[in-house]
Ligand binder design. Structure first.
Ligand code: C5P
Length: 229
């Protein structure tokens, strides 16, 4: 494959208040990781898929990944993640095969991301040769506050975007960004812009929200139940 997708699923999911790691929590009877991988394996062009598993739960992740991959299982590998998301991505990046020139990094927690969004990011990276991130306009009014929670100012939200995944990059650019990374930043695009790399946005999708809280889990359940089988 020319494209690799690193699916980071090693988070503890503390904010979800579930018993185990978030990626193994069920949504409508199937683990979050399985929902996420279903979308990845429906991509138009077959990709190398690297699942970054919760520490100590490699076997569970492996079983889910093999089941989702079906005939494409030659292209799947599973590695254990690290304490930080950045460390988990680095573990996945180390497994990208020769010949891959575009790498997508995708949160397993964005389990209901439409396959079209994965295809669109991969296509846009190839077309433009830059990093590509799906993004949505910010709906709420955004305020800057002081240490004592008093409003200081209102931020113009026109140029603001909330970003999602997959975040896609030319492989060499992402490798260079990770090689140069020092302090932890919150997403891959931030590491790439820190070394002067260009990252453009394309339209995101409401369904690509990140399952973070019990409320998000409920929303995901409702969406899966409402979807045509
Ligand atoms: O914690 P948060 O929801 O921001 O994590 C986003 C994604 O990164 C999730 O899919 C999570 O599993 C993954 N992650 C990881 N390793 C960590 C922390 C988060 O793979 N140490």
């Amino acid at each position: 494959p020319r494209t690799a997708v690193i699916v980071v699923a090693a988070g503890r999911g503390t904010r979800l208040r579930a018993a185990g790691p978030k990626a193994l929590v069920d949504v409508a009877g199937r683990p979050i990781l399985q929902h996420a991988l279903d979308g990845v394996f429906r991509m138009r062009e077959p990709a190398q898929v690297i699942v970054v598993a919760p520490p100590g739960r490699r076997d569970d992740a492996e079983r889910i990944a093999r089941a989702c991959a079906g005939a494409a299982s030659d292209y799947v590998s599973v590695v254990e993640g690290a304490d930080t998301r950045q460390g988990s991505v680095a573990a996945g990046l180390a497994r990208v095969e020769d010949g891959v020139d575009v790498v997508l990094v995708h949160d397993a927690a964005r389990a209901l991301t439409p396959t079209e969004q994965l295809d669109a990011v991969a296509d846009a990276v190839r077309e433009r040769g830059t990093g590509i991130v799906p993004a949505l306009p910010v709906a709420d009014t955004i305020k800057r506050i002081t240490g004592s929670a008093v409003i200081e100012s209102t931020i113009d939200r026109d140029p603001l975007r909330a970003v999602q995944t997959p975040q896609g990059f030319p492989r060499a650019l992402l490798d260079a960004a990770y090689a140069a990374a020092t302090e932890p930043l919150t997403d891959d695009a931030a590491l790439v812009t820190a070394i002067g790399g260009e990252v453009a946005t394309i339209a995101g999708h409401e369904s690509a929200f990140k399952i973070t809280t019990p409320w998000d889990l409920r929303r995901a359940e409702l969406l899966v139940d409402a979807a045509p089988a």
